[in-house]
Ligand binder design. Sequence first.
Ligand code: N01
Length: 479
Amino acid sequence: MLGAGMSGICMAVKLKRAGITDFTVLEKSHDVGGTWRDNTYPGLRCDVPSAFYQYTFARNPRWSHGFSAGPEIHRYFRSVAKRHGLDEHIRLGTEVVGAEFTGGRWRVRDAAGNVREADFLVSATGVLHRPVQPDIPGLDEFGGAAFHSARWDHTVPLAGKRVAVVGTGSTGVQIVTRLASRVAELRLFQRTAQWVLPLPNWRNDPLSRALRARVPALTAAEYEVVKQAFNVLVAGMLRPGWQRTLISEACRLNLRTVRDPQLRAKLTPDYQPMCKRLVISNGFYRAVSRPNVDVVTDRIDHVEPRGIVTADGRLHELDVLVLATGFDARAYLRPIELTGPNGRTLSEAWAEGPRAYRTVALPDFPNFFMLMGPHSPIGNFSLVPIAEAQADYALRWIEGWRRGAYATAAPSPEATERFNQGIREAMPGTVWASGCQSWYLGQDGQPEVWPWSPGRHTAMLADPHTHEFDIHAEGAANR
Ligand code: N01
């Protein structure tokens, strides 16, 4: 298996619970936790309620907040891995560079030149993990400290400094909200204004935590309630309806809390709420209204040793430059190169953009499954139940193989094209196609995410759809 983040841990635990113990998780980094290991920026919080951002097989009754902070979430995933004895399966510091399917098995190569053989390959490499370094002239010449939000340099002092944040996605907004009162001057370089939905965060008091710990049914019930609410809201947001109206109005009312009309004008988006992934923040507008904070909307022209120069010729002198410029959402498992039995590579298969069979598999790549693959429902929704549904799907196929039902299986190109055609046909009319730039869009400018309710995705994966696979029985054996 590739990756020991949220999805990889999920798959590994599911394998163990099914009695399958002969597996290895290859993790390029030196710790588990994926995005929650990489992101350590000030203000990091999950904007999905903790009650719903956890595994159904490892419910945590002791979340400190309604929306818990990054380090707590990282501790949760590490503790699940430990409790389920994954240490003996995970090889840290092992970066996979390629895998070839030959002789009915996957041969997986790591950067140190080691080759491991496996009957199945499961990729759990995450979606948003390759930081985008913006193409700003002169960035390397900056005289202060500069780093991407996902590579936060905690040795750099911030108190009393002049700090710039480039980018106003969920990350930039969380950083600005946290740093505004802690630095001397903060400049937010905003290329596109964001709609911001204010949601209150609350502390779970010790009594309620103790109660949840004593009555596990409470945590399970809370999970179900939040899940249903998200299903209804998220699905309803995609197309016109009361959910979209409700959330849009809440965003517009929130914007009106910005008193300064000039600042409000700068912060007013020119596209519909939810076209980009919705930013959730209770304190962002308060933070940018502070006298030491400046929202700069002039285009960045270049960076020089003293700071950022905008298109109007103004030099913004800085000590620290934070790039909250997002991630390559189309990388998926790349740059890992896969080669199928017929010599077809992943680069060739994805030459026109990442496509998958029902978000989990690829034609020409047998016995290979993906978690968080292309078109997964990854907008404003919890990725944990998505990973669980995809892991259950892969597990069903692996169990079939162990029973001797087949030797190799890959989805047919026709079934994959039918699925992708369905996605393309469902996309017009969704809010993502309503005219904005976002990481939801593929290289052809069309949204690439799941255009229906997350519940429909789970229901789809409950059936393995075996008739849509090219199955080879030769060499199958009961194991
Ligand atoms: O990245 P983004 P993010 N010059 O791609 C700007 C998840 N997440 O790290 O909008 C100037 O959303 C870019 O501008 P524009 C969540 O899924 C979750 O913030 O393209 N600006 C944009 O403002 C989220 O959606 C949590 O015009 C440049 C920003 O950089 C996803 O991660 C918390 C630029 C990038 O925004 C990504 O969020 C944080 C340039 N050259 C993140 N290049 C949770 O709480 C880019 N930008 C769960």
